[in-house]
Design a protein around this ligand. Structure first.
Ligand SMILES: *[C@@H]1O[C@H](CO)[C@@H](O)[C@H](O)[C@H]1NC(C)=O
Ligand SMILES: *[C@@H]1O[C@H](CO)[C@@H](O)[C@H](O)[C@H]1NC(C)=O
Ligand SMILES: *[C@@H]1O[C@H](CO)[C@@H](O)[C@H](O)[C@H]1NC(C)=O
Ligand SMILES: *[C@@H]1O[C@H](CO)[C@@H](O)[C@H](O)[C@H]1NC(C)=O
Ligand SMILES: *[C@@H]1O[C@H](CO)[C@@H](O)[C@H](O)[C@H]1NC(C)=O
Ligand SMILES: *[C@@H]1O[C@H](CO)[C@@H](O)[C@H](O)[C@H]1NC(C)=O
Ligand SMILES: *[C@@H]1O[C@H](CO)[C@@H](O)[C@H](O)[C@H]1NC(C)=O
Length: 431
C-alpha cells in the first residue's frame, strides 16, 4: 500500500486509482467465473474422459496458470486452448462473456450441435480453430471482424458462406474450411479480403467461379467442388505470389493461361480432373521452383512443350488419363529430375524403352497402368536404378516374368495384375 501511495501521492488520484484496480479485479474475477462455468459445462457433458480442464482449480484466485489458459498483463483471459481434450456435447454458449478473448482452439474433439449465436459477439477473436469436430448447420460469424485465422476443417457445416463475407475480411490471412458440406456460389466472395494468403475450400459443394485475381494469395486449394468457368489470362498478374495452386476435381474448362509464368514462386500445380483443353502452356517452363505438375484427366494436347524441361526442380509429373494412344513420347525420358511419373490411362501401345523413361536416374514411382502395352515385359525394368513402386496393371503384357524381377532390391510395390503374364517371381531371399 505504501508503494502505491508513493506512486500516487495526491488523495484524489489515489481514489481514482483504487476505482480502476477494483474495476480491473472485478473483470479478472469475472473471467475466472466464466471459465469455471465453462468447466462445469464441459464436466456435465463429459462425465468420464476429461482433458486438462479438469485440473482448473476453483480455489485459485486467478485462472492464468490453468492449463490451456493464456492471459495478458492485466490478468485478463486472452486465450483458451482445449484442443484434443476428449470433449463431446455442444459448444459452450458464453465465450462472449470473455471480452478480451483473442485465441480460441477447440480443435480435434467431438463437439457437435450448431454454433451458439453469441459466439458471433466475440469481436476480439483473432484466431478461431474449430477443426476436426462434428459441428453442423450454417456459418454465421459475421460479427468476428478481427479474425486473422479461421479453421473449420472437417466438420458438418452446410449452406452458403456468403453472409460472412466481406464482413470478416479486413484482417483475414488464413481461411481453412475444407471437408464440410458448404454449398452455393462463391463468385467474388473473397474479392474484398485484402490480406488473404491461405485459402482452402476443398471437399465442399461450392459452385461458381473462384478467381478474380487475389493479390496476396500464397496457397489456394479448391479441389473437389463444382467450380467452373475458364481462367482468363489476367488471372495470374505480374505480382502473382502463389506457391500452391490446386484446382483439381472441379469443372474448370478452356485453355489454361500461359500467364501462370508470372507466378514465379509456384511449387505445386494440380489441374487434375477438370475439362481443360488445348496446349499445355510453355510458360510453365519458366517456373523454376515447380516440383509437382499434375495435369491428369483433362483434354490437353498430347505435346509437352520442350520448355518444361527447364523446370529443374520437377519431381512429380502426372499426365494420366488422356487416351493419347501411340508411343510414349520421348520427351518424358528427358525429365531427369523426376521421382514420380504417372502416365496411366493413356492407351499408349509402345515406347516404354525407346522413350528412355526406364533410365530416368531418380525415378522411384512409375505408373503405366491402363494402357495398351503388349508383348513381354521389358527386361530393362529390372535395372531401373531407384524404382520402388512399379505399376504395370491393366495392360496386355504376356509371356513369363523375367527372373531378374526377383532381385530388384529397392522394390516395395509391383503391380502386374490384369495382364496375360505367366510364371512366378522368385524373390532374392528365396533364391
Ligand atoms: C486446489 O487448490 C487447493 C489450494 O491450493 C488445494 O488444497 C487443492 O488440493 C487443489 N485441488 C486440486 C484438485 O488440485
Ligand atoms: C487447428 O487445429 C488443428 C488440430 O489441432 C491443427 O492441426 C491445425 O494446424 C490448426 N489450424 C491452424 C491454422 O493453426
Ligand atoms: C443444413 O443441415 C441442417 C441439418 O443439420 C438442415 O436442417 C438444413 O436444411 C441444412 N441447410 C442447408 C442449406 O443445406
Ligand atoms: C460441367 O460444365 C458443363 C458445361 O460447361 C455442364 O454441362 C456440366 O453439367 C458440368 N458438370 C458438372 C459435374 O458440374
Ligand atoms: C504477367 O501479368 C501481366 C499482367 O500484370 C500480363 O500482361 C502478362 O502477360 C503476364 N505475363 C505472362 C508471361 O503471361
Ligand atoms: C528454356 O531453356 C532454354 C535453354 O535450355 C532456353 O533457350 C529457353 O528460353 C528456356 N525457356 C523458358 C520458357 O524459360
Ligand atoms: C496407378 O494408376 C491407377 C489407375 O490405373 C490408379 O488407380 C492408382 O492409384 C495408381 N497407383 C499409384 C501408386 O499411383
Amino acid at each position: 500500500m505504501s508503494k502505491e501511495e508513493a506512486r500516487f501521492p495526491p488523495c484524489f488520484f489515489l481514489g481514482l486509482y483504487l476505482i480502476l484496480i477494483t474495476g480491473q479485479a472485478i473483470s479478472a474475477a469475472t473471467d475466472r467465473e466464466v471459465l469455471l462455468q465453462l468447466k462445469d459445462h464441459l464436466e456435465a457433458t463429459n462425465p468420464i474422459r476429461r482433458g486438462a480442464y479438469a485440473r482448473w482449480n476453483a480455489s485459485d484466485s486467478s485462472p492464468c496458470n490453468w492449463p490451456g489458459i493464456t492471459c495478458n498483463d492485466a490478468d485478463r483471459v486472452t486465450g483458451i486452448n482445449l484442443a484434443e481434450s476428449n470433449i463431446n456435447g455442444e459448444i459452450f454458449p458464453n465465450f462472449h462473456l470473455l471480452p478480451e478473448l483473442t485465441h480460441l482452439d477447440l480443435s480435434s474433439n467431438t463437439i457437435g450441435g450448431a454454433l451458439p449465436a453469441d459466439l458471433n459477439k466475440c469481436s476480439a477473436l483473432e484466431h478461431l480453430n474449430l477443426s476436426a469436430n462434428v459441428i453442423a448447420g450454417e456459418l454465421n460469424l459475421a460479427g468476428l471482424t478481427n479474425l486473422v485465422m479461421l479453421d473449420l476443417t472437417s466438420n458438418r457445416f452446410n449452406g452458403s458462406i456468403r453472409s460472412n463475407f466481406p464482413a470478416i475480411c479486413a484482417n483475414l490471412v488464413s481461411l481453412y474450411i475444407s471437408s464440410n458440406s458448404f454449398s452455393g456460389d462463391v463468385t467474388g466472395c473473397f474479392d474484398q479480403c485484402p490480406k488473404l494468403e491461405y485459402l482452402d475450400l476443398s471437399s465442399n459443394l461450392f459452385d461458381g467461379y473462384i478467381w478474380q485475381g487475389f493479390q496476396k494469395l500464397r496457397e489456394l486449394f479448391v479441389s473437389e467442388n463444382h467450380l467452373n468457368g475458364e481462367l482468363s489470362s489476367s488471372t495470374f498478374a505480374s505480382n502473382c505470389a502463389l506457391e500452391i495452386l490446386d484446382l483439381s476435381t472441379n469443372n474448370f474448362s478452356g485453355t489454361f493461361p500461359g500467364s501462370i509464368a508470372n507466378c514465379s514462386k509456384l511449387t505445386s500445380l494440380d489441374l487434375r480432373d477438370n475439362a481443360f483443353m488445348g496446349e499445355v502452356p510453355s510458360g510453365i517452363g519458366s517456373l523454376s521452383e515447380l516440383n509437382s505438375l499434375r495435369l491428369g484427366n483433362n483434354a490437353f494436347d498430347r505435346t509437352i512443350p520442350e520448355e518444361l524441361l527447364n523446370c529443374s526442380k520437377l519431381v512429380i509429373l502426372d499426365f494420366s488419363s488422356h487416351d493419347f494412344g501411340g508411343d510414349i513420347p520421348e520427351i518424358f525420358g528427358r525429365f531427369v529430375t523426376l521421382d514420380h511419373l504417372i502416365l496411366y490411362g493413356n492407351q499408349y501401345t509402345g515406347g516404354i524403352e525407346s522413350s528412355g523413361i526406364l533410365k530416368l536416374p531418380d525415378l522411384t514411382t512409375l505408373n503405366l497402368s491402363k494402357n495398351r502395352f503388349s508383348g513381354t515385359l521389358p527386361v530393362e525394368i529390372t535395372t531401373m536404378p531407384k524404382i520402388k513402386i512399379l505399376i504395370l496393371a491393366y495392360n496386355g503384357f504376356s509371356g513369363s516374368i523375367p527372373p531378374a524381377v526377383g532381385g530388384m532390391a529397392r522394390l516395395q510395390l509391383l503391380d502386374l495384375s490384369y495382364n496375360k503374364l505367366t510364371g512366378s517371381i522368385l524373390w532374392r531371399s528365396e533364391i
